[in-house]
Design a binder for this molecule. Structure first.
Ligand code: C2E
Ligand code: MG
Ligand code: MG
Ligand code: MG
Length: 279
């Protein structure tokens, strides 16, 4: 029983530590090394205009090229990164890598906006704003082509500090988007106070459009709210033309989803873009 085993002093074999906890600890250590060893990679998924599908930019999405396990998806490691605080270092790596890539595209004359996901913990971390400024300086990107995707949890209590931080980012020229819109529990009244230019309608509401009456109601309400607040809407997870047409007809400006492309490594994304634009 647990009491007898309490004498065991090998902390790394703590009997009360179940397999799950051990797995998490190992994953956390491996992830810490992965950041140092540069095993993380970014994939890029296009965002296109709803009216003519011209490419406006892309969202950077992190993957972990694990030496033994292969390509790991965010769902397999972002949770551990958040719980362990590693998300701050991971997020900084993502932002810096995305900005280096954006600077290279800007130098090559490509007009693109790159959107980067910022976790709530990263956004609230004391060093966040300085790290954004350092990265802009080091990479030389035009901040007007950088968009940061925040989640409702980051903005749940829009304290004066949170509002001031958002305004500081806006003052640099960076655009702010609210990711996974509709999945949080925050009230809508705070939205009007936030310097946000676009909402990302969560994939879960797009999936069953236009057959599911509730999803239709949520999508239309989001589009009408955004219109009244002077914001754009990006629809996530657009997989077919029926969804595209429905969303475009109801005023959604930007589409993102497998219908256009899956997230691609930088070189494949550049080829995809060149093919589309004929350059
Ligand atoms: P998200 O920011 O909402 O990103 C959109 C997710 O939807 C991506 O999953 C993308 O691959 C997926 N997706 C896009 N179009 C479609 C579609 O048509 N059908 C389906 N079934 N899925 C589609 P991914 O890359 O697995 O990322 C999942 C989540 O992990 C992201 O959701 C974001 O919350 C988080 N994440 C990814 N990269 C980062 C990062 O660099 N930093 C942070 N903090 N979080 C990240
Ligand atoms: Mg996102
Ligand atoms: Mg999203
Ligand atoms: Mg989502």
């Amino acid at each position: 029983c647990a009491k007898d085993q309490g004498r065991n002093t090998y902390h790394y074999f703590k009997p009360e530590m179940d397999v799950h906890a051990l797995e998490r600890l190992m994953l956390e250590n491996a992830l810490r090394r992965a950041i140092e060893r540069n095993e993380l990679v970014l994939h890029y998924q296009p965002q296109v205009a709803a009216d003519d599908a011209r490419v406006l930019g892309c969202e950077a999405l992190v993957r972990w090229q694990h030496p033994e396990l292969g390509m790991l998806q965010p769902v397999q490691f972002i949770g551990v990164a958040e719980e362990s605080g590693l998300i701050v270092a991971l997020g900084e790596w993502v932002l810096e890598t995305a900005c280096r890539q954006l600077a290279a595209w800007q130098a090559a004359g490509r007009e693109l906006v790159v959107a980067v996901n910022i976790s709530a913990l990263q956004f609230r971390h004391g060093g966040f704003f300085d790290s954004v400024r350092r990265i802009l300086r080091d990479t030389g990107v035009d901040p007007r082509h950088l968009e940061l995707e925040l989640t409702e949890s980051a903005l749940m209590q829009p304290t004066p500090e949170v509002l001031a931080r958002m305004q500081q980012l806006r003052d640099l020229g960076i655009m702010l988007a609210l990711d996974d819109f509709g999945t949080g529990y925050s009230s809508l009244s705070y939205l009007k106070r936030l310097p946000i230019r676009r909402l990302k309608l969560d994939r879960s509401f797009v999936k069953d459009l236009p057959d599911d009456a509730e999803d239709v109601a949520i999508a239309m309400a989001t589009l009408s709210l955004a219109r009244d607040l002077g914001m754009d809407v990006v629809a996530e997870g657009v997989e077919n033309e029926v969804q595209w047409r429905f969303l475009a007809q109801h005023g959604c400006q930007v589409m993102q989803g497998y219908l256009f492309s899956r997230p691609l490594p930088a070189d494949a994304w550049e080829r995809w873009l060149a093919e589309r634009q004929g350059v």
